[in-house]
Design a protein around this ligand. Structure first.
Ligand code: UDP
Length: 322
């Protein structure tokens, strides 16, 4: 089996490359390195069955013999997509369109990596796939939210018009090794701040919630959604049901690191979901999937990874300018 993974050098994409190689797939990793580096796939370069192509998915790609197309190509961290809103929209629009055409030409199965952001600031909790969401179309996060909503719609249109075999996976907050220390998301920030003994920045009162899934569980969910013949996978939530407040998360990381960092409360960011937790009933029933790694176990692995990275090179933590 041959899989093309667009965004394959990104955090989730690189883990998917490793999983598919381990499953015996030939993997074509496509990435323009807009928000990633080759560090995440350095150990895969030159490995049998692995190919890297530096390419922007907004430009048509002609490759044959592909069985699966995975579209994970998009800026995904709020600081990255808010810095490049037009790129984010067009990558999710034109880029997804080009990859869908490639899947049609190859008669390949197509998996769209969508996001819990399609639910916006949800009025329904936890969020099932049937929920249509509460998105501000002109807010600071709209480039990503609406970009992914458009990508879901386009994927559905290709499925209907061309009978393309498609999957739409809504990915909830995920963390683990190979996240960029400067990507601004909550786990890299808290872990690196705790490791350096710097104040841990909490935006808002600390009572906002997120449910964090360890990367190994997440990519196993993506893989199962891709290979499953269940029709119940458009769309499907993949994420953890272990919901924590930011305050709980900061204190847990501080304790696991053994850090003496203070907690620093800053104004809440604009247009952010106040709470988020997936309803994963569908994933359990359709794929037999559920997370296997506890937050404490996953964080221990992640802290060890960032700690080793820090000893290799001094990295900065990105915080929003105030
Ligand atoms: N957050 C925080 N401090 C940080 C980074 C993030 O309090 O240093 C909060 C952020 O405001 C949000 C939550 O953590 O409420 C998750 O943010 P992240 O950027 O990881 O992802 P999101 O779920 O917002 O896309």
């Amino acid at each position: 089996m041959k899989a093309l993974i667009a965004g394959g050098a990104g955090f989730i994409g690189s883990h998917l490359c490793r999983l598919l190689l381990a499953k015996g797939f030939e993997v074509i990793c496509v990435d323009n390195l807009m928000t990633s580096t080759l560090d995440s796939i350095a150990t895969l370069m030159g490995r049998k069955g692995f190919h890297f192509i530096k390419h922007d998915i907004r430009v048509p790609l002609a490759i044959g013999g592909i069985d699966y197309v995975f579209n994970l190509a998009s800026p995904a961290s709020p600081i990255h997509y808010q810095k490049r809103p037009i790129d984010t929209l067009i990558i999710n629009g034109t880029g997804t369109y080009e990859l869908l055409k490639l899947a049609v030409d190859n008669k390949a199965r197509f998996l769209l990596a969508s996001t819990s952001e399609v639910y916006g600031d949800p009025k329904l909790h936890p969020q099932p796939e049937q929920y249509w969401g509460n998105v501000n179309p002109v807010g600071v996060r709209s480039c990503y939210d609406e970009g992914k909503r458009f990508a879901e719609s386009l994927t559905t249109a290709f499925s209907n018009e061309y009978s393309l075999d498609t999957r739409i996976v809504r990915i909830f907050n995920t963390y683990g090794p190979f996240m960029r220390p400067d990507d601004g998301r909550v786990i890299p920030n808290f872990v690196n701040q705790a490791l350096k003994g710097r104040p841990m920045t909490i935006y808002g009162d600390g009572l906002r919630t997120r449910s964090l899934c360890f990367i190994d569980d997440l990519v196993r969910g993506l893989y199962l959604a891709a290979i499953s013949d269940s029709i119940d996978v458009k769309p499907i939530n993949i994420g953890s049901g272990d919901e924590r407040t930011l305050l709980e998360l900061a204190n847990l990381i501080k304790a696991l690191v053994g850090s003496s960092s203070d907690l620093k409360f800053l104004p809440a960011l604009e247009d952010e979901p106040t709470k988020r937790k997936p309803d994963i009933t569908r994933a359990k029933q359709a794929l037999g999937w559920e997370p296997l790694t506890s937050l404490e176990e996953g964080l221990a692995v992640t802290i060890a990874w960032f700690s080793e990275l820090r000893s290799l090179k001094e990295e900065t933590t990105h915080e929003y300018p105030r």
